[in-house]
Design a protein around this ligand. Sequence first.
Ligand code: FAD
Ligand code: SF4
Ligand code: SF4
Length: 427
Amino acid sequence: MIIYPVEVILVVTGPVLVIGAGVAGMTAAVELADNDVKTILIDRKTTIGGNALELYKAFPTDDCFYCFEGNRWRPGIRKCFYRSAMIDQPNIDLKISTRVKGISGTPGTFLVNLEVGPQYVDPRKCTLCGLCTDASEAFHLVSPQCQPQAVSYNPERADDGAKKAEEDCPTGAINLSATQTEETITVSDIVIATGYHEMKPSTIDEYGYGKLPNVITQLELAQMLDPNGESSGALLRPSDGAQVKSVMMIQCVGSRDENYYPFCSKICCVFALKHASIISKERNNSRVSVVYMDIRTYDRHERYYRETRDAGVEFVRGRVSRVEAHKDGTLDVYVYDSLLNKYLKFVVDLLVLSSALEPPEASNELISSLGLNSASGYVGSADPLSENEVVAGDHVYACGGALGPAEVPESVNQARAVVSKILQGRK
Ligand SMILES: Cc1cc2nc3c(=O)[nH]c(=O)nc-3n(C[C@H](O)[C@H](O)[C@H](O)COP(=O)(O)OP(=O)(O)OC[C@H]3O[C@@H](n4cnc5c(N)ncnc54)[C@H](O)[C@@H]3O)c2cc1C
Ligand code: SF4
Ligand code: SF4
């Protein structure tokens, strides 16, 4: 008779830490919680939602960006993440204004030291009465859809009105003397969902970003097009509030450039043409042109290329060599057209830069504290050749923008792959 050695299998059951509450992190947290896994979801900001909170309409469906699957714990709710029961799902412990300070322990039993706060506004007490936002510019509502539903406080904009707002807040929600605290948690698995950051291209001299007010980025354009934004969706020149009649977009700003990021940011052709399409259809007094090296509307997104061409968007293959501003707010943009082999001059009201998507601040610290691979500053897969791109290390996973530029459906799929891996490990 063969006697097999007894194998001891340790089934890990501790809570899971999800770092970053954008679309990817929220998906992972909700699906883990629905499967009875205790989940600690942290975000360094005062509201959840990440970049999606500021993007208006989403490709590929052109839906409102806040749509997000709810959870089984509260069936029948609208599929909007700001009403998705993220705040009161009993298996999710949501901690806003929270960052990771240090990680020790071993895979399966990580000790994570968190820096929490300062929490100047208690979201459980704020009723959004608006008294503080009237009294001081330091208080603002990030978005009407933000979760938790509370105003945020920016100490860098503190003024005389802020102290008065603290005294007058009818629910005592404001504490301007709040300080940062620390907390250590023990978790079995870590999910990195820290997303991406849009590069601010002020160091690339030829475009004038940061010096010329009418030169903006795609993320700034998205906020301008949003009916909930400052201009209520109107396309206005930042310099003087005049109606924008002509927009030029410049692709590959800081991407595919050895001086900045050698990689292609993958989704900027698609969101630039999504914006060109919105402007052509909904702001039809404005003309749009796009200066590109290659148009990479991958997969099903080719329709944006076809639709924008049909709508009269002008495509110029080349590079911008310089931008000059006039006193009347218009910009002269000099472009080398590589198909015509000559320099062209365009006069536009608004120049929009499709700027590189870079790893978020503190990405490197997380990668090195967990001994993970790095892929151009983003989290790299533990085994780049394996199909499990979401497995970053032993009991460590990554999804969404944390792995590199990704659209929402891809981020959601990766988050679900992470959940499936964690659940498999607990069987
Ligand atoms: C201009 C523009 C338009 C776009 N349009 C579309 C579109 O139409 N359709 C589409 O599918 N995709 C679009 N995208 C891409 C979309 O934004 C991403 O797919 C999506 O936001 C990825 O979600 P995420 O959760 O991975 O990351 P993010 O949205 O970046 O969220 C990451 C979260 O992690 C938090 N965080 C970061 N670091 C830390 C840390 N150290 N500690 C704690 N918290 C941390 C951040 O505060 C943030 O809340 C667009 C992107 C841009 C720039
Ligand atoms: S005054 Fe208090 S309750 Fe009213 S919006 Fe400000 S923080 Fe919220
Ligand atoms: S997606 Fe398009 S704009 Fe973005 S880096 Fe790639 S080629 Fe350039």
